[in-house]
Ligand binder design. Structure first.
Ligand SMILES: *Cc1c(COP(=O)(O)O)cnc(C)c1O
Length: 380
């Protein structure tokens, strides 16, 4: 059976060009980038080239790009690194109520050790209101962190506006841009962003490598103590192959972004239209317009995700509910709760996320599989 992979928000397959580039780098630049002999210098050169490429993609300076082990680490560093700058007197953080667990649980930890955290509400479509951000700012606010786009329902947040408010008020602004990397024009907004997280495996790069962009002048604590890597802020021998893969994946995504985005949007709209048209008692969650190009997130009345998703898997359709699943049971979605989706519309949720690898045929088949599976589940 041919599988249809519609879980690109969870991870994406590695691009062949990226794999080849990484393989070449692995052979030519295996050295420790801190070593002074030729093999070390080759690794250093490859690493700094990767950093420059990322910087160009984001329209920031090379020295503002720090490589990490992924999105979760970047998020942890941004929040704890800023908070720990104020460890003695503590203070206040502002986040949205629909952040990824890497932000959300970091905030829970910071609250445990004495920081206060404001979780901003979102509207029914999952959008943060910039005015709420403005009103939440206090004299002891250390950081504002609002994700660029939500990983469950795909809502794109008004990052530029929020960034401008933060700048105006002199509060550092972080955005978890992991879902937006290679897809949204982050380079147009980076002027008002002080810290930004990316993860390569969400844009057809390798797993285990990410970026935290830290604007020059941002006061932040070192993250890993040890050697002097990453300007002395994050110790550990650099993952040169990973960094090269991340840079190549980002560069290629941006090079054909316009084309890829319009293709994915067309596929997504086709999928949404078919599902809404063919299946009764279904709702699209999130915004129709302020939405990631590849995201479709539905609720089906009278169906449970924990039953739906394994059934779809049997038919070769790989998708998720969009939030944590432990031992086959699905925790309620705090994202849908924050959007005040009624409980009966929360049970049967399904996230289908596309990339430009997907085809129209796959979309048609997926809609068909979904339609008969939902029908069968409702009858049983
Ligand atoms: C996937 C994801 C992360 C975590 O990234 P990892 O590289 O898997 O640690 C963080 N934030 C968002 C919005 C994500 O989608």
């Amino acid at each position: 059976m041919k599988k249809i992979y519609l879980d690109n928000a969870a991870t994406t397959p590695l691009r062949v060009e990226v794999r080849d580039k990484m393989a070449a780098c692995d052979l030519e630049a295996f050295g420790n980038a801190s070593a002074v002999y030729a093999d070390g210098r080759a690794a250093r050169k490859a690493l700094e080239q990767a950093r420059r490429i990322v910087a160009e993609c984001l329209k920031v300076r090379a020295e503002e790009v720090y490589f990490t082990s992924g999105g979760s680490e970047s998020d942890n560093w941004a929040l704890k690194g800023i908070a720990f700058q104020h460890f003695k007197e503590r203070g206040h953080l502002i986040v949205s109520s629909i952040e990824h667990p890497a932000i959300r649980n970091t905030c829970h930890f910071l609250a445990e050790i004495g920081f206060s955290v404001t979780e901003l509400p979102v509207d029914a479509l999952g959008r943060v209101r910039p005015d709420d951000v403005r009103q939440a700012i206090r004299s002891d606010t250390r950081l504002i962190s609002v994700m660029t786009a939500n990983n469950e329902v795909g809502t794109v947040e008004p990052i530029e506006e929020i960034g401008r408010i933060a700048r105006e008020q002199g509060v550092p602004f972080h955005t978890d841009a992991v879902q937006a990397g290679g897809v949204l024009p982050l380079e147009d907004w980076s002027g008002v962003i002080d810290l930004l997280s990316l993860s390569a495996h969400k844009f057809h790069g390798p797993k285990g490598i990410g970026v935290l962009m830290i604007r020059n002048g941002t006061r932040i604590k070192p993250w890993l103590h040890g050697g002097e890597q990453e300007q002395g802020l994050r110790a550990s021998t650099e993952n040169v192959v990973g960094a090269v893969g991340l840079a190549e994946a980002l560069r290629l995504s941006i090079a054909d972004r316009d084309q890829a985005v319009s293709k994915v949007k067309a596929l997504r709209d086709r999928l949404i239209d078919q599902v809404l048209h063919n299946i009764p008692d279904v709702k699209l969650n999130g915004s129709r317009d302020d939405r990631l190009p590849g995201n479709a997130h539905f609720s089906f009345l009278g169906v449970r995700s924990s039953e739906l998703i394994p059934r779809l898997d049997l038919e070769g359709l790989e998708a998720s509910a969009g939030s944590a699943c432990t031992a086959g049971t699905y925790e309620p979605s705090y994202v849908l709760q924050a959007m005040q989706v009624p409980p009966e519309w929360q049970e049967g949720r399904l996230r289908l996320t596309l990339s430009d690898r997907n085809t129209e045929d796959e979309v048609n088949q997926a809609a068909e599989i979904l339609s008969h599976t939902i029908h069968a589940l409702r009858k049983s």
